[in-house]
Design a protein around this ligand. Structure first.
Ligand code: ADP
Ligand code: MG
Length: 341
């Protein structure tokens, strides 16, 4: 099973109030895949809170308990790519048959289905087939099913069938336990005060916590210094500063253009083609709301337009977010990508 990563297990997943329901439901599913009422099991929560770790652990545990079962882990993004490829290569049947032959499907980050209606349609059929044959479906998402945007209603209603369990930011002691266990498995026994200091100061998510530890290790190796509280303090100062750096207008423009698959030069040009205007207006709106750039500078950045054009663009975007569902989910999608960077 190349898609399952052996490094993610229940053994190295620390339990806390933040993940107890999801963990125990996941463990139950791993004993009796398809045989509990947790079908589908949907694990949702913010970035870096351990969703992928947990569902991978479920997959590995199922393989351990039921070696003969076919388990597939696939990110939603990859599934979407595979679908497009199969359209191109005229291998849709193979694609569908492959997934319908599984005993367990684990699909990560289903919010990435947003606005991909054909792919959702195919997954809807695969889902029904598997569910009717008593096969296990495990999903993760960054939102609870009721708040997922850009997903068709019939698929959403399926997502609500089983159990949805959230993952939250771990409390201080759980963060400390995670840190200690990670470091310990690398043969490093951190001083308690360092563990406490880092866990106290990094409280967004677990991935960031790990990032901080990697920097700390690197600093200690580089400067041939022991990891102590002083080193932790000086390292964390930079770490916190870097992780909150400002988003640039260049970056916004590139992200929006990538999203709509339009060339950056077009957005800066005079063209009034509809899709270009849309990308330009959304970029202006995001530049206004996410950077401290003045209206005048935003205007000149987008091919020498004046500040009233920028105001008009922002108003248009605000109006469309109100009135046009599809448009709103485009903007939300892009905003999510911005925040992940
Ligand atoms: P998500 O999929 O929610 O974005 P990940 O599963 O990728 O988050 O987790 C980010 C990192 O944090 C991974 O390296 C994972 O092993 C670690 N992690 C998260 N939660 C825990 C936990 N409860 N115990 C141990 N490690 C954890
Ligand atoms: Mg993940």
């Amino acid at each position: 099973n190349p898609q399952l990563n052996q490094n993610y297990t229940f053994d190295n997943f620390i339990e806390g109030d933040c993940n107890r329901l999801a963990r125990s439901a996941g463990y139950a599913v791993a004993q009796k895949p398809g045989g509990t009422s947790f079908n589908p099991l949907m694990v949702y929560g913010g970035v870096g809170l351990g969703k992928t770790h947990l569902v991978q652990a479920i997959g590995n545990e199922i393989k351990k308990n039921h070696p003969d079962k076919l388990v597939i882990y696939v990110s939603c993004e990859r599934f979407c790519q595979q679908f497009v490829d199969s359209l191109k290569n005229r291998t849709i049947n193979d694609f569908v048959n492959f997934y319908q032959a599984m005993d367990v499907i684990i699909m990560d980050d289903v919010h990435n289905f947003a606005n991909k209606e054909k792919t959702q349609d195919i997954f809807f059929h695969i889902f029904n087939h598997l569910h009717q044959s008593g096969k296990q479906i495990i999903l993760t998402s960054d939102q609870p099913p009721k708040d997922l945007s850009g997903l068709v209603e019939r698929l959403l209603s399926r997502f609500k069938w089983g159990l949805s369990a959230d993952m939250q930011v771990p409390d201080l002691e759980t963060r400390m336990a995670i840190l200690q266990k990670k470091m310990y498995s690398d043969g490093i026994d951190l001083p308690y005060e360092v563990v406490e200091y880092v866990a106290n100061n990094i409280d967004n998510n677990v991935r960031e916590l790990e990032g901080a530890m990697v920097s700390l290790l690197a600093q200690s190796t580089l400067n041939k210094k022991e990891i102590d509280l002083n080193l932790a303090k000086s390292m964390l100062k930079n770490f916190i500063k870097n992780s909150h750096k400002e988003i640039s207008i260049d970056y916004i423009q590139k992200l929006v253009c990538d999203y709509f698959e339009v060339p950056v030069e077009m957005v800066k040009s005079k063209t009034r083609k509809r899709e270009i205007v849309q990308a330009r207006q959304i970029s202006m709106y995001l530049a206004k709301s996410h950077t401290k750039t003045s209206l005048k500078s935003i205007g000149s950045f987008f091919g020498g337009r004046d500040h009233s054009t920028v105001i008009y663009a922002c108003q248009t975007v605000v109006d469309l977010i109100e009135t046009d569902k599809k448009f709103r989910s485009y903007v939300q999608d892009i905003q999510k990508k911005l925040k992940l960077s």
